[in-house]
Write a new protein. Sequence first.
Lengths: 448, 448
Amino acid sequence: MDPTDLIAQKRDGRPLDAGALRALVDAYTRNDVPDYQMSAFLMATVLNGLNEDETAALTDAMTRSGDVLDLSDLPGAHVDKHSTGGVGDKVSLLLAPIVASCGATVPMISGRGLGHTGGTLDKLESIPGLRTDLSVEQYKRQLAEIGLVMIGQTDEIAPADRKLYALRDVTATVESIPLIASSIMSKKLAEGIDALVLDVKCGRGAFMKTEPRARRLAETLVSIGERAGTPTVALLTRMDVPLGRTAGNWPEVAESVRGLQDDTEGLDDVMDVTLALAGEMLALAGAADTPEDGRRQAADAVRSGAAFEKFLEMVEAQGGAPSTLETPGAREDAAVRTVRAPGTTADAGFVADLDALAVGRTALALGAGRREMADDVDPLAGIVLHKKPGERVAPGQPLADLHAQSSGNSRFDEAERRLLDAFSFAGEEPARPPLLMDRYADGAWQAE
Amino acid sequence: MDPTDLIAQKRDGRPLDAGALRALVDAYTRNDVPDYQMSAFLMATVLNGLNEDETAALTDAMTRSGDVLDLSDLPGAHVDKHSTGGVGDKVSLLLAPIVASCGATVPMISGRGLGHTGGTLDKLESIPGLRTDLSVEQYKRQLAEIGLVMIGQTDEIAPADRKLYALRDVTATVESIPLIASSIMSKKLAEGIDALVLDVKCGRGAFMKTEPRARRLAETLVSIGERAGTPTVALLTRMDVPLGRTAGNWPEVAESVRGLQDDTEGLDDVMDVTLALAGEMLALAGAADTPEDGRRQAADAVRSGAAFEKFLEMVEAQGGAPSTLETPGAREDAAVRTVRAPGTTADAGFVADLDALAVGRTALALGAGRREMADDVDPLAGIVLHKKPGERVAPGQPLADLHAQSSGNSRFDEAERRLLDAFSFAGEEPARPPLLMDRYADGAWQAE
């Protein structure tokens, strides 16, 4: 294998076969192909694309670049979910215990990633004591015992993806649907799952800003899953406004606990997406006859308290203190500033819009997320929204609270300015388009 | 300057301004931008191109990445020539002394490069004792004294080009007209020249295989020169058949000496290209009124012996032994094998064609060129052709001699097979299209 020949092939728009892609990825993982060759290949891929065969083969090579977990000695169907990420997207924290409490096994491996708020891992780790760095043995034991585990990516899972992700970040080669899809799917397929549900988000607060691109990503992700023999379904969900009423690490955990405790006032949007995904997962796992049936089971598990019980079991198994979750709210050690509606709202009366991207940037300014991989996140940082689009507002009313570690309160002035810019107001109640936009499975979109 | 932003700009097809390109090249030269970012930028450039402004700005940044020689204290016009390279292209060895003997100053800096035969430097260095690694001071002194110097690129000349060239070679980013043109022109413009003539070769033995690409390269090169304030003219010349009757290092020196001694039998093609280029150089230098007048002066300088005299002056000034040039031919220490016409030529009678690329590969197999930059070349290796297209041939007649250092004679079997494949034979005398295809100057092609 001569890497320069393979780069030239992709440069000239000629497709690569599976053997060539496998050889390239393997050599890169072993550091036998240097970064400067891989980045040229990645740029050629961004500009000339990969066809369906190539995308599946690249993903397979990345999956097999490290350990592929074998969970076949554990009973039941193993099903996971991946979201392409949005502002306030705490769905995994609710979804995983709900699905596990309904009888499916959920072996969730999450990343930290770059973003406005931390990843699922960072959110979980804001629970005092909770560890996400379990060994493979601990991971399998916990799955066998309680059917649910949420850990971080280990060095053994898809090491090619870790190297490629870091390289893409600094070479402007992130923006490629086949590369995005292969990165997501290689990690998930290495988990040893039997089925996968995807939440592909679309809108100004999502990675995919436009509906055509979001649809293409969904189709590519499902195609990779199906070609790997892993039944996969994707939901297309809107991400123009933050999901729920919090964005940040501990604030999202607190809100998730509230949802799991069936205290869902103001959380319609979070619960709607969560239950839809849960229904799909339970149907794929064979624990429900249809997604609709699965959705009903999931709602029952919230109402009965079984889902929250499962969450506490997981927290305890991973070293967290369940007592911190009993009265979810602002932690005592957090600094808080309340942002109030400006005088101009007197002529308006309604929150017209709330820009998810601007809210995300506010959370980042508060220290909730990472600009670079080496950054630490502030576990307490985040935003608690008191007003969302469609709700009535008057001057001086609280729009939101900003949270941070006490050392982070110097960031409040910038964050307040940013957050106020994210809101707009109107005299009429705005329309609210549905969150669930479409569903892709078996090669077809439901709504088309 | 954030290199990732500049890569993204080029990836998305948005043009970069001169300041951005300058900052990128400067940072890369200082090793502040790593190879993996530059290779992604290069691939985006290969696929999305550079416009005329960007190409000129990139070249300018590369030129200024090191020393730009100032020859303004030396009298006369300084004019140089660059060829894009072909098989048997020894034109520089004849041209530089011819032009210098007619009163222009020729400060020629050449590369070694990769190729079937060595570069002009390797050819010169096959003259025993001759040195091409002069200091800038020696370079300027020799120019002042004899008006002619031929040296190698120093570390101070266009260091950005050296780094970029090495990176392009291993990342499949060579094939880009703006990148090829900026590499060529940055080195030439750093020489401190007043004018430049280009020999852009076109055909199966050239880097540009097709006429449209060769024309585009010529236009790009001339545009860069004109924008840099350096009058530039390009000739488009055919390179399907080897130029002259030799390909290799010493064999080409020997042939050049024969040409300079006005012993030009069988060298019509070499002399035609050389005199055309000489005419252009003398006109640009103001030593002739027109290219045609310059051509006549050049021919006179060969006939009078002035050109050969100038060549010997240069060889002596650079430490070479002029005595080795008195009877040019095979060196005593060379191993030689004669390749004879096969029996099948009995039905033919003429050499129909001789594939320059195949002859080049034969020379490479003999050790005359480099596969990698670190390779040594065999100064004696090469091919001396006894038959060229259009000449009569009968079975058993010598077609060519293969030359190599005596340790290289193990390469003769492979080289003989390759060379025989390069020849084809026919019953009719083949047509011979003219070598000089067109001329580009002042934004227009002469023949169009």
